[in-house]
Design a protein around this ligand. Sequence first.
Ligand code: NDP
Length: 294
Amino acid sequence: KDAGALTVIGLGPMGRAMAAAYLHKGYQVTVWNRTPEKAAQLIEKGVVLAPDITAAVKANELLIISLTEYATMYSVLEPAKAELKGKTIVNMSSDSPGTVAAAADWAANLGAYFLSGGIMVPPPYIGQEGPEIYTFYSGKKTIFDRYQAVLSVMTATDFRGEDPRLAMLYYQGLLDYMYASVAGLLHAIALMQSAGITAAAFEPYLHNFMQFMPVLLAESATSRETDERTYSGAENNMVMLRAGTEHVLKASREAGINTTLPEMIFNLSDAAVAQGFGKSGINSLIEVLRKPVM
Ligand code: NDP
């Protein structure tokens, strides 16, 4: 075991996958978790369970953190604060970019180095390779460079910049899209199932329809139009789309399923028309989304 040594703090599904990946590559892995029982299988394979958080921090220079959110890091590390000087904390947990910036300051005040990571795959993909398997990082470039090879054991790395918020911004940007898409997808399935049509029967149509998503992004110029703030409505204007979203809402009401999501989409379209984008295309919705709700 001479690949290197590190500490993993937090043994949810993600932390366990990380510890296992490092172990597999020959690293000496020390772990700590609030519920120590979760380390049982890892211990069998050779991971060392630290008796307390201070021992976990003292054990290695590199501390990889995988907790539910950033607030948890403060409470977990509190007893070991004095030991953090000179350590590198790589926090792979989810939170808001502002929260990450505050954590970077907190670490700097303790004399610790700090990187934030936003992992774009679920636990089974940790330690695997593929174009969609990567993690966003941000923080001091010199620190990232020092540990890049070690971090690459988990997934490929994509360094976004020195502003500590960047990794989390890209991460939440993609998750923002994912949560809304998954909710939309499941709502559509609920609508079909309410009429006795199974998801399996609907799936080929969904799959086919999804081929339009990259087309939407590329050919109807979502990127260009939203950057330039000019929205062509030649082929589909917001007045038509407002009616269209109302029809999905009506279909959902008729089906007796939850209408929160279609109501939201209809309200957004309604606001776009009210704000003067009736003749603009679907991308003009972003003008409504850019502002807080009045
Ligand atoms: P879990 O929420 O299952 O794991 C949470 C970890 O945080 C556990 O170690 C848990 O300890 C610990 N924890 C939670 N609250 C406290 C507390 N108050 N005090 C001490 N420890 C606490 O998350 P995952 O392992 O799934 O994910 C970890 C992070 O990675 C999250 O931020 C998640 O958003 C992110 N992520 C997860 C992905 C996934 O698919 N799972 C994908 C990409 C990112 P205990 O075991 O004692 O409960």
